[in-house]
Design a protein around this ligand. Structure first.
Ligand code: ADP
Length: 308
């Protein structure tokens, strides 16, 4: 059963239509990812859910989070949600523990209970020895882990993360992914925005791919690929015209696609793509499984992710 249900939301910022009629459902204990390039409308959509931004008041829209509507029950939603915004917004005058304590008090925790919960969360995010450090002394990855710890203070049923790992090194990224998977196993419902395909793949049960404010695709990551593109892709590096001459026709199963100056060859038959490899010198090619970026390129002609 869906615990989050969104129907037909729009958002204008003056003349920019940032979100255009998006809707989706989320089941409890699952992770829904919003994937798309910068400016696609992902953050705006998130902000509408946790009450940081009001949707346009079109008659037919609705947002329901665990039985509550952001317009009417903002405080109730705050109490069962944890939010990790795109910017870390920590108080630089305070140390790590103090930053968490301010929030704990906001949630009405007693000092004693807050101390215990803070210790628990610092351990969970592998920051226990940093409790007395000032924010400026923390690395980017530590800052991010602290913001996630802060979002978990009230043991939220719903965790909303706006680009949780952008700009972080792979080690920290993996740690965060592991913690998010653990939370999901414990029943936490997660919404996250990302422009990293790998993140979307590893964490999300369902994905909503956005482009220019619209939902262009929705489904489980693997299912999206299976339904929208051939299984394998061959990418020669700089030698692509060799396959276009009439005396060297492509195998019938192979589809050629040119996008942003790169030519790719797609097929469900790996052998057919392997036969192309022989014509490329010095192993200057990639032969791989298709991924979400390929689906996105096929659909929009645009690049989906910043490459890691
Ligand atoms: P994403 O999170 O996918 O990068 P955003 O939701 O931040 O996308 O932005 C969607 C569109 O709305 C962009 O064109 C952006 O410039 C615009 N936008 C976002 N926030 C504001 C704002 N506060 N005022 C005006 N325009 C905004």
């Amino acid at each position: 059963m869906a615990v989050i249900s969104v129907r037909n939301v729009h958002k204008h910022y003056k003349r920019v239509l940032a979100v255009k009629g998006v809707g989706f459902d989320v089941e409890q204990g699952t992770c829904l990812g919003f994937l798309g390039p910068n400016g696609a409308g992902k953050s705006t959509l998130m902000k509408m859910l946790y009450g940081r931004c009001r949707p346009d008041s079109t008659p037919e829209y609705s947002i329901n989070l665990f039985g509550h509507e952001p317009n009417r029950d903002e405080l109730a939603i705050k109490h069962f949600s944890g939010v990790v915004p795109q910017d870390n917004n920590l108080d630089e005058e305070l140390n790590v523990r103090q930053n968490l304590m301010v929030y704990a008090r906001f949630y009405g925790m007693s000092r004693h209970r807050a101390q215990a919960r803070i210790d628990e969360l610092l351990a969970f995010m592998e920051l226990p020895e940093k409790a007395s450090e000032k924010i400026k002394q923390l690395s980017g990855g530590m800052n991010r882990r602290l913001v996630i710890a802060r979002a978990l203070l009230n043991s939220p049923r719903l965790l909303i993360l706006d680009e949780p790992t952008t700009g972080l090194d792979p080690q920290v990224r993996h740690l965060i992914w592991d913690r998010l998977r653990r939370l999901k196993k414990q029943g936490t419902t997660i919404l996250l925005t990302t422009h990293y395909m790998e993140e979307a793949f590893r964490l999300c049960d369902n994905l909503l791919i956005m482009h220019e404010g619209q939902k262009i695709m929705e489904g489980a990551p693997r299912a999206l690929i299976k339904a929208n593109i051939e299984a394998f892709v061959f990418e020669p590096m700089g030698n692509e015209t060799v396959f276009s001459s009439p005396d060297r026709p492509l195998p019938p199963s192979v589809r050629r696609e040119e996008c942003l100056g790169v030519t790719r060859y797609f097929s469900d038959t790996l052998e057919d793509l392997k036969s192309l490899c022989d014509h490329v010198e010095d192993g200057q090619y990639h032969l791989r499984h298709s991924n979400l970026e390929d689906v996105f390129l096929k659909t929009t002609g645009r690049v989906l992710s910043d490459k890691q």
